[in-house]
Write a new protein. Sequence first.
Length: 95
Amino acid sequence: MRELAVEIRNEQGLHTKPVTLIVKKVRSYNSELIVEKLDKWGKCEEAVKGDEMLGLLSMAAEKGTRLLLKADGEDEEELLREQYKLIEVEKFGEE
């Protein structure tokens, strides 16, 4: 199992488009992804599977929200790399 902390950087946070992109990428890998929403002390407030749209939407993660991504499986490193690129670098293609 690998872990990676990321921060939501797009202005509108997690809404339908970003969540759809996350789920689509997760489903293209064999590994499982757990997404934890962290509080200001770095503790998990909420955790959902990365392929569950409603769960991710219910997190209501705004810009600046920190997430801990936990991947487990044969292609876990690639999955985390792609999620990092999508979330932090590309900002879901919104900026």
